[in-house]
Each structure stands twice: as C-alpha cells, then as structure tokens.
Design a binder for this molecule. Structure first.
Ligand SMILES: [Zn+2]
Length: 158
C-alpha cells in the first residue's frame, strides 16, 4: 500500500514536470511570436517613415524622432527574441527553468512573468546590484514594457 502510493506520487510529479515544461514551451513560443510580430510592425513603420518624406521641416524632425524610437524598440524586441531563443535552446537541452548561476529551479511564477529568464530572482538581483547600483528593479516582471537586462544580453551572446 505504502509503496504503491509512493510510486504513484513519483509518477504524477514526473507528469507535472513534463506538463510544466510543455506549457512553458508554449509560453515561450507565444512570446517569440509576439516579439517577432512587434519587430515586423516596427520595421514596416520605420520603412514607411523613411519612404513618405514629410512636407515641412517640423514634420521631418518629428519623423526622424519616430525612426529613432522605432529603432530603439526594434533593438529591445530583438534582445528579447535572442533571450527567447536562448531559453528555447535551454529547453531542448533539458536545462530550462534552472538558474544559470546557482543551478536551483527558477520559481514557476517568475517563469510565467519572464518566460526567458536565465536566472532566479536572487541571482538576477545580485547581478543587477553589482553592475548597476540602484537599478535592481530592471527585471521587474510587473513592468508593462519589459526591458531585457544587460546581463541577459551577455549570456545570450556567450
Ligand atoms: Zn540563482
């Protein structure tokens, strides 16, 4: 009786882990699609802005500003795409959801908020504090526009 229950529990834990990975894989794929779509829209806007030259100087200035903003956004989403690709490759290697630094499991809540997180919150905070004092909240999942932290970019480039 006891061993039977134990076996069952172990099996359902394995299923849970599988289901979790499957869901997170979906989440990542969706995040990737969204980022890709954003880049596509922004690229198109950038092109349109460049093609339709406005009539007066004020409009030119405004348009140039738009192009710069778009370029910044494109850059941001491209970082995000890189981070997502890195997360997908970790998923393939069975290392997804494991903190790159302390090798502990990254809490599911964090992965839901930032599906491509490479570090647990503690390690991310330590990295942020070390590099940019006072900007430890750069990876706050509650922010509407997620700004990929510098270190994420680096770990992607490795
Ligand atoms: Zn960690």
């Amino acid at each position: 009786m006891k061993s039977k229950t134990g076996g069952k529990a172990k099996k359902s834990r394995q299923n849970e882990a599988d289901a979790r990975l499957k869901n997170l894989g979906k989440l990542l794929a969706r995040a990737r699609e969204q980022a890709l779509a954003r880049v596509r829209v922004l690229r198109k806007e950038e092109q349109d802005d460049a093609v339709e030259l406005p009539a007066d100087d004020l409009d030119v200035a405004r348009s140039l500003e738009d192009i710069e903003t778009d370029a910044g956004l494109i850059e941001r989403y491209e970082y995000q795409l890189k981070a997502i690709d890195a997360a997908l490759s970790r998923l393939e290697r069975g290392r997804y959801g494991i903190c790159e630094k302390c090798k502990e499991e990254i809490p599911i809540e964090r992965l839901k908020a930032v599906p491509f997180a490479a570090y647990c919150i503690d390690c991310q905070k330590k990295r942020n504090e070390r590099r940019r004092p006072g900007e430890g909240d750069v990876d706050e999942p509650s922010r509407n526009v997620w700004t990929p932290p510098e270190e994420l970019k680096e770990s992607v480039d490795e």
